[in-house]
Write a protein that binds this ligand. Structure first.
Ligand SMILES: *[C@@H]1O[C@H](CO)[C@@H](O)[C@H](O)[C@H]1NC(C)=O
Ligand SMILES: *[C@@H]1O[C@H](CO)[C@@H](O)[C@H](O)[C@H]1NC(C)=O
Length: 350
């Protein structure tokens, strides 16, 4: 009797989990959505020494005859190179820098399965692999690979700080904008205190997703997915009011999302970012760092960026008042920020 009840209870729990957890999206195989290969394209081995990643070289628009320094761009959670990085690429190119973009393994034009696996340690290893690629290809591309600047936004802002620890001597300076510094768990706890009902709902859906994932993985040997961005109270990894519009606005300004991208990350991704906490390692960063924060950031709160500044020996912090996480990617804030970033790289990469 007791076991029947327990079995029925578990079956019901799993059935509920499968009903409320998100569906697996249909990914277009990455081999079908690669941009036409061009001379700017570079394929290189990623941080796992196995997966092939795709990057792009963007040479400076003007040259003074000297081989230009290189800036490597590291993107945010679930984002892919292309349009969303182009304001940064063009600004740095116009300022005389070569700019390299790439996709983390399992994203965009890079290989790797399951698709859309957000895995901070692997992402950081991919950044290191991109640095190795720049060192290897530098001469051929006519750049000065002994002067590299790292730039990262949001989750990538945390990654470039991690990549700066014991880094290759070619790395001279780091810019980390609206960075992920504390773990997602800490942000959820803040959310629980501010919006207990909505946050509670999403935690239940999240747990259902985890249960579905464990059954899918063990019994059915299938991946399961969470939405990357969604409405408050959903199972999405990012779900503050305004996140959906802000995020999709960055991903493909003014249009439909291209490149086979889907609003989904493996369920495992959620667990990785839940405990990813660059803050604990930042006293080991010895390079000059420019931190950019926004006062009203609910995803990557400014108080954690302030804490990062206190741990890093040589860090400058600039905080934009009255802006949210997604407000720095266009208009006046973007202009102001780019001019600070270019001044900073000019100081350390020349
Ligand atoms: C990849 O290769 C490098 C150099 O041989 C090694 O240091 C590193 O640990 C390897 N990484 C993995 C994930 O196997
Ligand atoms: C941003 O935060 C400050 C300080 O908490 C607050 O005074 C201000 O009204 C907020 N601005 C917006 C746009 O939410």
């Amino acid at each position: 009797m007791k076991w029947t009840l327990i079995t029925a209870f578990l079956a019901a729990l799993i059935a509920i989990a499968f009903t409320i957890a998100p569906e697996k999206p249909d990914f277009i195989p990455f081999s079908d959505n690669n941009d036409a290969e061009s001379e700017t394209t570079v394929r290189f081995v990623g941080g796992d020494n196995n997966t092939m990643l795709t990057g792009h070289w963007n040479l400076p628009s003007k040259s003074d005859g000297e081989a230009p320094p290189v800036i490597l761009l590291a993107h945010g959670l679930g984002l892919i190179q292309g349009k969303s990085l182009s304001p940064f690429v063009s600004a740095f190119q116009e300022a005389g820098y070569a700019v390299v973009t790439f996709d983390y393994a399992t994203f965009g034009q890079s290989d790797g399965l399951p698709r859309h696996q957000i895995h901070p340690t692997n992402h950081v290893a991919d950044i290191q692999a991109a640095i190795a690629m720049i060192n290897e290809e530098g001469t051929k591309r006519g750049v000065d690979a002994s002067r590299i600047g790292l730039w990262g936004t949001s989750l990538g802002g945390g990654h470039v700080l991690m990549a700066a620890i014991n880094s290759d001597p070619s790395i001279r300076a780091v810019i980390s904008q609206v960075p992920h510094i504390a773990s997602a768990l800490e942000t959820i706890i803040v959310g629980m205190m501010n919006l207990p009902v909505t946050t509670g709902k999403s935690v239940v859906k999240y747990l259902a997703g985890l249960l579905k994932w464990s059954v899918s993985k063990v019994v059915l040997r299938k991946e399961s997915y969470f939405p990357i961005v969604g409405e408050p109270g959903s199972a999405a990894l990012m779900q503050n009011p305004g996140d959906t519009a802000g995020y999709l606005g960055i991903l493909n300004p003014g249009g439909e999302v291209s490149g086979g991208w889907k609003n989904a990350a493996t369920t495992e991704s959620g667990m990785h970012i839940l405990f990813y906490r660059p803050l604990s390692s930042l006293s080991r960063v010895n390079l000059p760092v420019l931190l950019i924060a926004v006062e009203n950031d609910t995803l990557c709160p400014a108080k954690f960026v302030q804490a990062a500044k206190e741990r890093i020996k040589n860090a400058e912090l600039f905080v934009f008042p009255n802006l949210g996480h997604f407000d720095i990617y266009d208009g006046e804030p973007l202009k102001t920020m780019l001019s600070k970033q270019i001044d900073f790289f000019n100081k350390y990469l020349h």
